[in-house]
Design a protein around this ligand. Structure first.
Ligand SMILES: Nc1ncnc2c1ncn2[C@@H]1O[C@H](COP(=O)(O)OP(=O)(O)OP(=O)(O)O)[C@@H](O)[C@H]1O
Length: 252
């Protein structure tokens, strides 16, 4: 379970005034379901996920992950989550196998349990053919598979995916989405950030539309369409964020 209540993050800037990156977001993500944070660039999705994963502290409001408050028990939160984004870099000078073992150590896995989990993720993500290659030398799709392996190595109950298909081709994106569906079916609580409507329509049980740090709407794809009176999620999204056309219609 992941719960936020009036979660806020203001970045201090003496010259320009505070940047309200997240400004009072409340939601609940449940086991076996996928909650989507849908928003354009700069909406506040990554900042929300960074607070949930204890990388940064909220300015105010509260957040609970797997039953642990992010401020009171950050170490327990970190042990309960896997975080994946395409911008997470791998250590280029380690082989895929070494990198996974290294993260296993960070997660506190050791001995038989560590070896079992390494075997599992290696098979699951089909890493065998390149597990002895340096991460620097892997293709983008292969790096993504190592990234997923790293994310799930300690079998956490909560998974955060921050635009996990950014920069991937259609085949690699498909595998990532199938992987997320499988994790949902295994009962994981999943929070998934994206700006891609088709991914939201396919994956998300609930959506929070976030814009300029504010939740502009929440519900299922169907309920957001109904609420805005729009036929497509894209139009419903544009309506919720108050999109105004940039070009005026002028007779030729
Ligand atoms: N450390 C920081 N200091 C100042 N401003 C920040 C910082 N981190 C993020 N911001 C600003 O907060 C806002 C929200 O950023 P955030 O990265 O959360 O957006 P996002 O929805 O994840 O967008 P993207 O899809 O571009 O990653 C942006 O205006 C961003 O410039």
């Amino acid at each position: 379970m992941v719960r936020t209540h009036e979660l806020k993050k203001y970045f201090r800037d003496a010259k320009k005034g505070d940047k309200k990156a997240v400004d009072g977001v409340t939601f609940e993500a449940r086991p076996g379901r996928i909650l989507g944070l849908l928003g354009v660039n700069g909406a506040g999705k990554t900042t929300t996920l960074r607070m949930l994963s204890t990388v940064i502290k909220p300015t105010s409001g509260s957040a609970e992950v797997a039953g642990f408050n992010v401020l009171e028990h950050p170490e327990k939160v970190r042990a309960s989550i896997g975080f994946m984004s395409t911008s997470t870099s791998l250590y280029g000078r380690l082989t895929a196998k070494e990198l996974i073992a290294y993260f296993g150590g960070l997660y506190g896995l050791e001995g038989e349990r560590l070896q079992d989990r390494i075997r599992y993720v290696t098979q699951k993500l089909q890493l065998e053919e390149f597990s002895d290659r340096l991460c620097d030398k892997l293709s983008t799709g292969q790096k993504q598979r190592v990234n997923i392996a790293r994310t799930i190595l300690h079998d956490p109950p909560v998974l955060f995916f921050d635009e996990p298909t950014a920069g991937l081709d259609v085949v690699a994106s498909q595998s990532v989405m199938e992987f997320i569906e499988e994790a949902r079916d295994a009962g994981k609580t999943i929070v998934f950030s994206t700006h891609i409507m088709s991914e939201v329509e396919r994956l998300c049980d609930e959506i929070v539309v976030i814009h300029d740090g504010v939740a502009m709407g929440e519900g299922t794809v169907a309920s957001l369409k109904a609420k805005t009176g729009q036929e497509t999620l894209e139009k419903a999204f544009l309506s919720l964020v108050g999109f105004q056309p940039t070009y005026a219609k002028v007779p030729a």
